[in-house]
Design a protein around this ligand. Structure first.
Ligand code: PLP
Length: 377
């Protein structure tokens, strides 16, 4: 009997860094520095170095990391924020939470990321309709691949919009060696455990080069604090990252560059071996993806059979995402660009993600590829 294959293996990495994390935990326990302890400051400085941005504001989740900039810019009722529909709910959820309207935009069939031409048309349509004021764009680095920021930034500049990078999956991904912060006003990421850079609970971070915005975000993080935490100058949140999670992240960040390299190597091997069997997400040669997911398209209504066959062979697979946001009960009353989103709809019927993590060995990968091949003959 073959060993069960994990979809994401967090245990191998944990065993590499367990001693170092436990030493940090023990110091935090001794100090009682549970909230905004020294590890939080240390992590923020390291993340700024890593992402090449002046300010990092750690926070309680990736969702807060997206919501807080909207709050800081006073985006709310009557405003439109342009988002993909082929993404995790939080990307659009934060717009609704801020009181504004998410307007759903199409993605490209090969990269699965925001389609800049459709984005432009949707903004023009919104302006022509006149009921909402365009304020911002949230581009998602889906499955780890950096979005087409040069093109999206040009659209944002043309219409005077803010640009947020939802890098929950793609924090660390590069285009021509540059991360999303080279183009976006704000980079927001999640440290949910299954993310390429994850902690052992919930966590997130916001990065920006704008010092004024960074100050407002730090205030929002602690209930809109002013000169001290009992001076409340705006609405805010309990938005802090706790010190234990910062300690985990410091140790994981030290391994992250080598893990991104491993993910790139594993993804390239998948793509080579799966060539002619299934169509994977396309990555341009000038992109380094963090490969949060390795996702392929199985067309022709064969996805369910493909997944069952993999399951029988002991290979787990997951659908990200089976239902687009613009068709979800909580989101379907918000506007959709153009005449609907046919690419998004199609992707939702075809995509399936295979096991992917930095510690996937070649023998296991061979088993997965063999099962995929057998499933489709
Ligand atoms: C694209 C995307 N945006 C936002 C989030 C929200 O992050 P969190 O779960 O940390 O709130 C996630 C992940 O969960 C995500 O995948």
């Amino acid at each position: 009997m073959n060993q069960a294959i994990s979809f994401i293996d967090l245990a191998t990495q944990r065993d590499r860094i367990r001693d170092r994390i436990e030493a940090r935990f023990s110091r935090i326990m001794d100090q009682g520095s549970f909230i905004m302890g020294p590890d939080v400051m240390e992590l923020e400085a390291q993340l700024s170095d890593f992402g090449g941005m002046a300010h990092t504001i750690s926070c309680a989740s990736g969702t807060d990391a997206l919501l807080m900039p909207l709050m800081a810019w006073n985006i709310g009722p009557g405003d439109a924020v342009f988002v993909p529909s082929f993404t995790f709910a939080a990307t659009a959820e934060v717009v609704g939470l801020a009181g504004a309207a998410p307007v759903f935009v199409e993605v490209l069939p090969d990269t699965f990321n925001l389609d800049p031409a459709h984005l432009r048309r949707t903004i023009e349509e919104t302006l022509a309709k006149g009921d909402l004021t365009p304020r911002a764009i949230i581009a998602v680095d889906l499955f780890g691949q950096i979005a087409d920021y040069p093109a999206i930034r040009a659209v944002a500049d043309e219409f005077g919009l803010k640009l947020i990078s939802d890098a929950a999956q793609g924090f660390g991904s590069t285009l021509d060696g540059r991360m999303a912060g080279a183009w976006a006003d704000v980079v927001a990421t999640s440290f949910y455990p299954a993310k390429p850079l994850g902690c052992y609970g919930d966590g997130g971070a916001i990065q920006t080069d704008d010092v004024g915005l960074a100050d407002v975000l730090r205030s929002i993080r602690v209930h809109g604090s002013g000169s001290d935490k009992y001076d409340n100058v705006r609405l805010g949140l309990t938005g802090r990252l706790d010190t234990f999670q910062a300690a985990v992240l410091i140790e994981k960040l030290a391994l992250f560059p080598e893990e991104i390299e491993a993910r790139m190597r594993i993804a390239a091997r998948y793509s080579e071996m799966l060539d002619g069997i299934v169509a994977p997400q396309t990555i341009a040669p000038n992109i380094v993806s963090t490969w949060a997911q390795y996702t392929v398209r199985v067309p022709g209504g064969r996805r369910d059979a493909f997944m069952s066959s993999l399951k029988e062979a002991g290979v787990p697979s997951v659908i990200y995402y089976g239902k687009p946001l613009h068709r979800q009960t909580a989101y379907r009353h918000w506007p959709v660009g153009g005449n609907g989103l046919p690419v998004t709809d199609q992707l939702c019927t075809e995509v399936v993600s295979l096991p992917m993590h930095a510690y996937l060995d070649e023998a296991t990968q061979d088993r997965i590829v063999e099962a995929a091949r057998a499933a489709l003959v």
